[in-house]
Design a protein around this ligand. Structure first.
Ligand code: SF4
Ligand code: ZN
Length: 298
């Protein structure tokens, strides 16, 4: 690891990785041993490694898999779920929640996106909306204190670059390792936010975690992928650049650079699903299916 000026054998790498995760959890006050954590798992290296590390560290971590109904010629969603099932065979005590979007709402994510976006563009905005809603719904319904995702440093830095290039100060104010809970919204944490993607892949490989190598077919050609390529070139020329960019941002954020933008918008419960929304009437998720509040006859 050139950026850390550190080289480790397999045994000590696993130990280092787990210790670093624990340090991040404590440093950013993500959760404690009494908290119930819901890990969003996709079958990829990041989320399965996160779940593995949290269990090894003794946290109460259950999983949530959302079947998005994405095929892309590879059977992407089916293959992702197979990897999660393999993961669970070695950990039979572990609990997994499954949300099947097609069974629950009658349409796969690509179908909903085609209908909503009239065939224009990728389904990612619709997909993100559905995932956020369903993750929060399951966390609330089952009384989890925290929602954990496997975002790594490369993910975070690509988002950071995009937010800076467009000066999205509202998004910058909300980009953090921890987003605190508030009325009806579970706390969200990213314990791997300081690990390079390669470091997580190395952990999965050494630990023998079988994960899906292919990314979702809709990642291909995305702006995020383009930014990741640019940042990789920067990192190759100057090892440690990504980490420094991210940590300096977090310091500036902590020092109040975006304090004005941190003021929270007012939320109220959606009249259909009850989840918090900032807009009047049904939330964006319920509007996807044109759901209206139930009318009373009284
Ligand atoms: Fe959803 Fe795939 Fe887009 Fe990710 S890349 S947001 S999983 S459609
Ligand atoms: Zn709603």
């Amino acid at each position: 690891m050139r950026h850390h000026k550190l080289a480790l054998c397999e045994e000590h790498y696993l130990e280092w990785f787990q210790n670093q995760t624990e340090r991040a959890i404590r440093k950013y006050r993500m959760f404690g041993r009494d908290d119930r954590v819901l890990v969003a798992v996709s079958g990829g290296k990041d989320s399965l490694s996160l779940w593995d590390v949290l269990l090894r560290l003794g946290y109460q971590a259950d999983g949530l898999y959302i079947n998005l109904g994405i095929d892309g010629g590879l059977g992407y969603s089916a293959l992702s779920f197979q990897k999660i099932e393999t993961f669970l065979t070695d950990r039979p005590e572990t609990r997994l929640h499954v949300v099947d979007v097609v069974a629950e709402y009658g349409e796969s994510v690509p179908q909903t996106a085609r209908r909503k976006l009239r065939g224009r563009g990728k389904p990612c905005s619709v997909c993100g909306l559905i995932k956020r809603h369903e993750m929060n719904r399951i966390a609330q319904e089952h009384g989890y204190d925290v929602l954990a995702t496997g975002h790594n440093l490369d993910d975070e830095v690509a988002v950071l670059l995009s937010n800076v290039l467009h000066w999205q100060v509202g998004y910058l104010a909300r980009q953090a390792p921890v987003l605190q809970e508030r009325e009806g919204l579970a706390r969200k944490v990213k314990p791997f936010c300081r690990f390079y993607e390669r470091e997580v892949a190395a952990y999965a490989l050494i630990q023998g975690i079988d994960y899906i190598y292919d990314e979702c077919p809709y990642v291909e050609g995305s702006t995020t992928l383009f930014y990741k390529g640019l940042l990789n070139r920067l990192e190759a020329n100057s090892p440690g650049s990504k980490l420094q960019f991210y940590l300096s941002f977090l310091r500036a954020r902590k020092d109040g650079l975006f304090s004005e933008q941190m003021e929270q918008v007012e939320l109220h419960p959606c009249p259909v699903c009850g989840q918090p929304t900032s807009v009047p009437g049904p939330c964006a998720f319920c509007r996807l299916w044109n759901q209206q509040p139930a009318t009373s006859n009284q």
